[in-house]
Design a protein around this ligand. Sequence first.
Ligand SMILES: Cc1cc2nc3c(=O)[nH]c(=O)nc-3n(C[C@H](O)[C@H](O)[C@H](O)COP(=O)(O)OP(=O)(O)OC[C@H]3O[C@@H](n4cnc5c(N)ncnc54)[C@H](O)[C@@H]3O)c2cc1C
Length: 414
Amino acid sequence: MKVIIAGGGIGGLTAALFLHKAGVPCKVYEKVPEIGHLGVGITLLPHAVKALDEIGLMAPLDRLGVRTDRMIFRTRGGQAVWDAPRGLKAGYDVPQITAHRADIHTVLLDAVAARMPAGTLTLDAAFESATETGDGVVATFRRADGSTFTDHGDVLVGADGIHSAVRRHLNPDEGAPRWSGLLLWRGSVDWPVVLDGHTIINSGGMTRKFIFYPIGPGKTPGTQLMNWACVIRAAAPGSPTPGREDWDREARAEVLHPILQDFTVPETDIRAMVDATPVFWDFPMCDRDPLASWTRGRITLLGDAAHPMYPFGANGSAQAILDARMLGQICGQGGDPAAALLAYEAARLGPVNEVVAGNRMGGPERVIDEVEARIRDLPGQRFDDLETIMPLAEREAIVNGYSRIAGFATEQMR
Ligand SMILES: Cc1cc2nc3c(=O)[nH]c(=O)nc-3n(C[C@H](O)[C@H](O)[C@H](O)COP(=O)(O)OP(=O)(O)OC[C@H]3O[C@@H](n4cnc5c(N)ncnc54)[C@H](O)[C@@H]3O)c2cc1C
């Protein structure tokens, strides 16, 4: 079986490496003519790290990124509602890792270049259309200069992100992604180490949130590269987006100043952190309604192309990596290519669509929304006894329940 993959992001490249491990030849076609150092921080949850370990990539990512040992959820007013160990400290046999998206991408690109035949990855190749033939599929790609070329494979996998052209080919009437009405700002900056240097701190619920965590070493002693993201509600869910959902739209600090005044974060000055960030980006937080099927004949979808999701719960990259592993395993078993794609879809679509739905409700951070809703009428929105506001069992049901849905619950969480 020869597999054609449209899209050389985290999902597409990981799929190529799993297919290679299974002995299945493949080619990856990526739209951009040049790979840029784009994006900011990404969380690799333990189940994704375990998958990456199976293709020998845990060690380089562990060296580049930062192990997450602890996660704190707070109200916007600064009161802790959840404070728990993560990764190895929580009993997993692999770490949870946060890293710069570009570093993760580079590790994958290097592995493809080192292990797979020359010419596996073609840049400047935007998927445009596909035609199924009796014995496979012919995909047409367009270069930036307007010229086109084709390749023939047994199957085509669309791993081409939230604006997937392969998904559009399969579902021409679907339209644009659906905006949640939430705006997301993201940036990273060298910043003095906070707490143990291995903690994710998340303040505020779904519609007004500030989250930060380290993703690598800083340039000077005592600093780390700190990733931050801020979310606010700007419109009702389903409103028209304020611009295309691109990952590289630059934003301005002044917009955030009044918003940041609402947060109390005891560990560090988040306003100074934002002001010190040389450049950062905004992104209208979008997803798409789950599809009933990703596959038609010899064509299927993977990663954000199949199931774009809100970043609550930090599962976008993890679910793409799990798709990639499943695709590699199933294609490696041989047999009828169309049946293999259906088997891949049967294993992945149901569980991932549950994650998409869970993220629409705020993911594990929904526990903060619940506590904030219950304290709304308290003077100064402060509480002395969290247990009376929301007992631990209820908080665990939300946070650990999400881990179960997303497929990375430990035995104790089940
Ligand atoms: C530039 C960029 C920056 C990002 N930054 C962040 C971030 O800071 N935080 C975060 O949580 N997530 C970020 N993401 C999204 C995140 O990488 C994904 O949610 C997740 O890793 C799933 O990966 P994916 O491979 O399915 O999609 P993506 O990582 O989006 O990869 C899709 C790939 O397909 C390519 N492509 C698009 N259209 C075509 C086409 N027609 N033909 C061929 N190739 C095509 C894209 O250039 C891209 O390389 C970013 C994505 C991109 C592309």
